[in-house]
Write a protein that binds this ligand. Sequence first.
Ligand SMILES: [Zn+2]
Length: 484
Amino acid sequence: MSGVFAGLKPESLWKHFSRILEIPHCSGREKSLGDYVIGEAKRLGLAWKRDEAGNIVVSKPGSPGKENADTVILQGHLDMVCEKNSDVRHDFSRDPIVAELKDGWVQAKGTTLGSDNGIGLAAALAVMEDDSLAHGPLEFLFTVDEETGLTGARKIQPGFLKGTKMMNLDSEELGTFTIGCAGGADTEITLPLRRQRAGKQGRYLLKIFGFRGGHSGIDIHLGRANAVKLLARLLAELEEQTPFRLAVFEGGNKHNAIPREAWAEILLPETRVAEAQALLMEAFDKIKIEYQAVEKDAAWSFSKIKSRGQDPLSPASQKSLISLLLALPHGVLAMHPEIAGLVETSNNLAIVRLKPTRAQITCSSRSSIDSALRAVRLIIRAVCRMVGAKPHQPEGYPGWMPDLNSALLKTMQTTHQRVFGKPASVVAIHAGLECGLIGEKFPDMDMISFGPTIQHPHSPEERVSAKSVEEFWNLLAAALSSLS
Ligand SMILES: [Zn+2]
């Protein structure tokens, strides 16, 4: 193969990956990539079907002599997260992703690469066309729209798959087997607000920023601050001593990200400004000390802005909003009692927006135990009830309970030991995987998740280790043979 991937192994995997880079496939727009998969199935004379959601299954008979082995499913998601640096010109709906090889890593130029889950897909396509591998009957499951809400996996109908062993190829650390994940569910809270004209007062912007944020599942136990919670806390401190009126409160922008910044517009009588500023500075300094080990770049600003804008909230609405933000839980709520280091239950107070007559607040809760997830949602409902807010709680997605006695896990460990001379580490993660939803529809499915080493997925810094792709392939090929 010529170009960026020349010399990388296995050739057929990289050939498919380079095709995938050329086909736009942001979440919700995976149709063309699905068509490519179906085109490959047709070219190879393999049976395929596509459901209403756009999920595809391709079936391949076992290799000679292995036709009667158990069916194994290889699964990956067709969509990718499309993010780019602001100084890059790139139209994700049209332009191919431009990849480069740097120090053994494949990455894109200022955009996400889509190795999550493009490498998994390319591996499946390579297995599909490879006649030299030993394997039992295979099903290749390609799902849509994993990244924005697992909606493809959610819509799979029972009967779509025959196999009872599934390899999810969407993990990001070679040498690790994932055998469990958390379930999750969001709450959308509406707090009705009244606004009331204030007398002549100056308008000030209070902003806190520079926090590390991160993924609300994977990074929730790292002690990072939630800017929304801290801003609410600063305003509560201020309220105790200096009368002010709140007009704007905003923070956070994604349900699955810890808020990195938040800001408020407050109205103050000119005579109390110096006092308020001194109090805020003192309170923020204390917070900085509290978080000094983690939030080194935390900063705040306080400045006068033009005096026109939204009327401030009524004193009662202001109290309700600040109380609600203070009381809603954030962070780790329980650690798993048996699996060291695994967060069992958490909540992220993710987004706050103020409209003229209401506040919109999003919480994202996770747990590896369904009943514990339900308990967090009850707490959120109770807090809402106390201030007259309305919680909307759409159905979430289920977790995947680790099964340390899984037969598939045993075979995979033996294979890993044979290929690499050591066992893989076995983990469960505090984030969602499609396995939770697939396990719910197919209760007898034995599942495992693994993949090559991918760093910084979902960001323009995303990169995949070329060497790990080759080793991932060796493991996959050996595992298919062991299972046949
Ligand atoms: Zn993924």
